[in-house]
Design a protein around this ligand. Structure first.
Ligand code: C2O
Ligand code: CU
Length: 533
């Protein structure tokens, strides 16, 4: 076991706090000005900037941050272009259908020139191809598993039938093909992703490369005119020979954080952007265990959607925390002067006293090109958020998340899980048992749940097949929460935090709920909701 060494940082927490204050001060004067008035921006093709020097030290100078090269492993050179992910080709013959084939198989990637790194890939690459479909589409994906081990494809966040959702109870055996088929319901437009969900080995299959973007579009999207940028964040840890390093005991305890944070599979990519261009960024935390406390240099960060749901109105924030599994949509207007930069980066985040603080990292940089500035794009004052669920529902469930081995032992030792069920990571004292229904609820009926984190570290709770409404949060005595009333499919709970959420699942079947730190999920921090007709 090799616990990750704390990485010496050029900037400590004090400097970090100072930067934050500066940022906040800047925001106060900038406000929403970057997004008001004017007519539609003219989407302009961006072109790669001149190659930046390839560096094996991984040192980035912007914002004075170090890219924190691992002490013993191989470092991925910095990218000199913007990596655009391939689209999954729709072979559907008619409008209203999306048909495609997807293959999971071992492959090799060259993160580092001259080194072939074995990975697991969807259609040969990591990240996998981008799926883009429309609300109402009949989706049919012929999935072939050539991994040499069981897998599934889980369509994270999509409100689709339980038997098509790639649950661990529905493995696709190696050497076989299964068709996933479902219709994307009305009002399901949003930002989703897909990843494996096999029993006990999800964490390994994901950190070895299996993850992809799934965008559901609406024909009445109020932001449809904005050019888009996908920002799929993963992290990678290579050993000295350039192979993906296996999980350590520390990873199993805390959730794996790779030491190189990648955007669309590339290390700190760069791009150019037309002056004043307004873009819609779809940002994904597709890591196993890394929290992304996002800040944006160069423009206000305007959030329009969290996970698969729009907010009721655009909201300007100084920072935005994405936990593993979470997504957000941002609207960003480029500065108007040639040479100015947008830099998306993270601040240090501490997710529990026993967990080493994640160092700040630079994610990517976009530099403003020359020419006349494009006019700001006015954002609608209201966005099509889901309708609020009924208030004053009785509390029907209380979930207690624990990471301290206080489980009562139900299901312990069963299941043959890849990471081993230690009994340490539990929900209501139990580790996952695929045969047990932990919760039953009625399809189409809204409920209110209490969820409490009784553990020592943050846990992001994910519920399959729906977006839930966060209605209250109590942290250290305070009941105010900036996330109030948003809909999401993953919610982070800090140690001691208690939340209330409202949810409704519309179709019957057995659904998963679990911690989206995938090492915790693998050790049993998961349960089954049996939704009855
Ligand atoms: Cu993103 Cu149950 O998963
Ligand atoms: Cu967890």
């Amino acid at each position: 076991m090799s616990a990750r060494q704390p990485i010496p940082l050029p900037l400590g927490p004090v400097a970090d706090a100072q930067r934050r204050r500066l940022m906040l001060a800047g925001l106060a004067t900038v406000g929403l000005a970057g997004c008001g008035g004017g007519d539609g921006g003219n989407p302009t093709a961006t072109s790669p900037v001149a190659a930046s020097p390839v560096s094996n030290s991984g040192t980035a100078t912007a914002a004075g941050m170090s890219a924190a090269p691992p002490s013993s492993g191989v470092t991925v050179p910095l990218a000199s272009t913007w990596p655009t992910l391939p689209l999954l080709q729709n072979t559907g013959a008619s409008l209203g259908s999306f048909s495609a084939s997807l293959i999971a198989a071992p492959a090799t990637a060259s993160f580092v020139p001259g080194i072939a790194t074995p990975i697991l890939a969807y259609n040969g690459g990591t990240p996998g191809p981008v799926i883009e479909a429309y609300e109402g589409d009949a989706v049919r994906i012929a999935f072939s598993n050539l991994l040499g081990q069981d897998t599934t494809v889980h369509w994270h966040g999509l409100p689709i039938p339980a038997d098509q959702d790639g649950n661990p109870m529905d493995p696709v055996a190696t050497g076989t093909t299964r068709n996933y088929s479902y219709t994307l319901p009305a009002s399901s437009a949003g930002t989703y992703w897909y990843h494996p969900h096999p029993h006990g080995t999800t964490h390994e299959q994901v950190y070895k490369g299996l993850a992809g973007v799934f965008i559901v579009r609406s024909r009445t999207d109020p932001l449809a005119a904005l050019p888009e940028r996908i920002v799929l964040i993963t992290d990678l840890r290579l050993d000295a020979s350039g192979q993906i390093a296996p999980d350590t005991a520390t990873d199993l305890a805390n959730g794996r954080e790779g030491d190189q944070v990648l955007v669309n599979g590339a290390h700190q990519p760069v791009d150019t952007i037309a002056p004043g261009r307004t873009e819609r960024w779809r940002v994904f935390d597709a890591t196993n265990g890394r929290y992304l406390r996002l800040v944006l240099d160069g423009a206000p960060m305007v959030v329009v959607a969290v996970d698969g749901s729009m907010l009721a109105a655009p909201k300007t924030v100084s920072e935005l925390l994405l936990a593993p599994g979470q997504r957000a949509e941002l609207v960003v207007r480029a500065p108007t002067t040639s040479g100015q930069k947008l830099v998306l980066r993270t601040l240090a985040y501490n997710r529990g006293s026993m967990v080493p603080t994640s160092p700040p990292v630079k994610l990517f940089e976009v530099t403003v090109g020359s020419g006349a500035a494009l006019a700001p794009v006015p954002l609608p004052a209201k966005l099509p958020a889901p309708a609020p669920l009924p208030a004053n529902l009785p509390v029907t469930q209380t979930l207690v998340l624990s990471d301290m081995g206080m489980g009562s032992g139900g299901g312990m030792g069963g299941g043959g899980m890849g990471a081993g069920s230690t009994g340490r990571f539990t929900i209501n004292g139990k580790v996952f048992d695929p045969a047990r229904d932990d919760i039953t609820m009625k399809a189409g009926l809204a409920e209110e749940w209490l969820v409490r984190n009784a553990g020592m570290m943050d846990h992001p709770l994910h519920i399959h097949g729906t977006a839930f409404q966060l209605v209250a949060s109590t942290r250290a005595g305070s009941t105010t929460d900036p996330r109030l009333n948003a809909f999401m499919d993953v919610v982070n709970l800090t140690p001691g935090e208690q939340i209330r959420l409202r949810l409704r699942i519309d179709t019957p079947g057995r659904r998963m709920f679990h911690c989206h730190i995938l090492e915790h999920e693998a050790q049993g921090m998961m349960g089954v909701i049996n939704v009855t007709a």
